[in-house]
Design a protein. Structure first.
Length: 367
């Protein structure tokens, strides 16, 4: 049901807000937000319970678009708190609530495969983006990531990553949390999206590789009205490989040496398994103040299966100021100091150094 409030232009009595409210159908109302007090009175007088779900859509499809979720009894307050002062679209009805069931024509899958329809679930009205910045942000950020962040109102992330993009996106609202507050950071992002703000959670590299993408989906179960969209980024394995040459041209394994979330015993098993199978191995988080000898331990395990002369490479500060790289042997790597901003590459039996580049042959003939 699409209608409007009576203002300078009257509406027939049988088409009044109060009359339509008696049907308890979904209602879409075009009006100035200055009339929201009167609107919520008329909706309740007509029969809508005070807790009926409602939404205010401001400047739909515009860069300034806002979607605010509330109840019939709080329409005016919600708009005022969000600073919505001009004409907006008001949607009222249980279609916005969790208990609403879509028609069988949709939930049965009749429209499966048709863009914008089907999939057996209600489409979320809010959205939060999870954006991979690439290893160093700036020029290594994808065009899609750049466009999404330009459209967003709020950028939220780990302090170090937010600092990488502050100057690139002036005028944005930036929010940060330190390490070990990842779940809190995710909930902050969802709450902001619920307020109608275009929100982006940013991660270094790719959000799906040791990033926040998985956790956002997990926490997102608490926010069923908000959709998560992942924006891919260049992960450190790929960015660092390009600096060294072509070390990942054949099968490779990516392993993090951080034991904050994975027991060291399990990391050991993965290192040994990858080394025994002669994978090229890429190591993330190879060292920290509390884990200063973890790379040495990893190399010792790999030396049980790989030659001391295995070609290896390290890249520090990929895509950032101070970027540096070095090619060395596995025996040399064992005694090399690295930090959390270093990505380590260990070659397979065929990996070689060619003109100062680390190269793993794919196996093409006639070479």
């Amino acid at each position: 049901m699409i209608t409007r409030m009576a203002g300078r232009t009257p509406v027939p009595e049988r088409e009044s807000i109060r009359s339509f409210a008696q049907h308890q159908a979904t209602m879409v109302v075009f009006l100035s937000t200055g009339m929201l007090d009167k609107l919520q009175e008329e909706l309740q007088a007509g029969g809508y319970p005070a807790d009926t779900p409602a939404a205010i859509v401001y400047k739909a499809t515009w860069p300034e678009e806002k979607v605010l979720h509330c109840q019939v009894s709080s329409l005016a307050q919600c708009a005022a708190e969000a600073g919505v002062t001009k004409t907006a679209l008001i949607i009222v009805g249980r279609i916005l609530g969790e208990e609403y069931e879509r028609s069988l024509s949709v939930s049965s899958g009749i429209y499966d495969g048709v863009p914008g329809r089907g999939e057996g679930k209600k489409r979320a009205m809010n959205k939060v983006y999870v954006v991979g910045l690439g290893p160093g942000a700036g020029s290594q950020m994808t065009g899609e990531a750049q466009a999404v962040l330009e459209r967003c109102d709020v950028i939220i992330g780990y302090t170090v990553y937010v600092d990488l993009v502050r100057e690139q996106f002036p005028g944005k609202e930036f929010l940060t949390t330190p390490m070990k507050q990842e779940a809190k950071r995710c909930r902050m992002a969802f709450e902001l999206a619920r307020q109608g703000k275009r929100t982006a959670m940013i991660c270094s590299g790719d959000a799906g590789v040791y990033g926040m993408a998985g956790l956002m989906y997990e926490v997102g179960r608490e926010f069923p009205d908000t959709e998560v969209e992942i924006v891919a980024g260049i992960t450190a394995a790929v960015g660092g490989a390009a600096v060294l040459g072509a070390p990942l041209t054949h099968d490779f394994a990516v392993i993090s040496l951080s034991d904050l979330l994975t027991p060291w015993e399990k990391i050991e098993k993965r290192i040994r398994a990858a080394a025994m199978a002669d994978f090229v191995i890429c190591l993330y988080n190879p060292s920290s103040r509390k884990r200063h000898d973890y790379l040495e331990k990893a190399c010792a395990m790999m030396l049980e299966y790989k030659s001391p002369d295995t070609v290896c490479g390290i890249v520090k500060q990929i895509g950032r100021d101070g970027e540096s790289s070095r090619i060395l042997t596995l025996a040399e790597l064992k005694n090399t100091e690295v930090d959390m901003f270093t990505t380590v590459f260990i070659g397979n039996e065929q990996t070689m150094e060619l003109d100062g580049h680390m190269v793993t042959p794919r196996g093409y003939r006639d070479v």
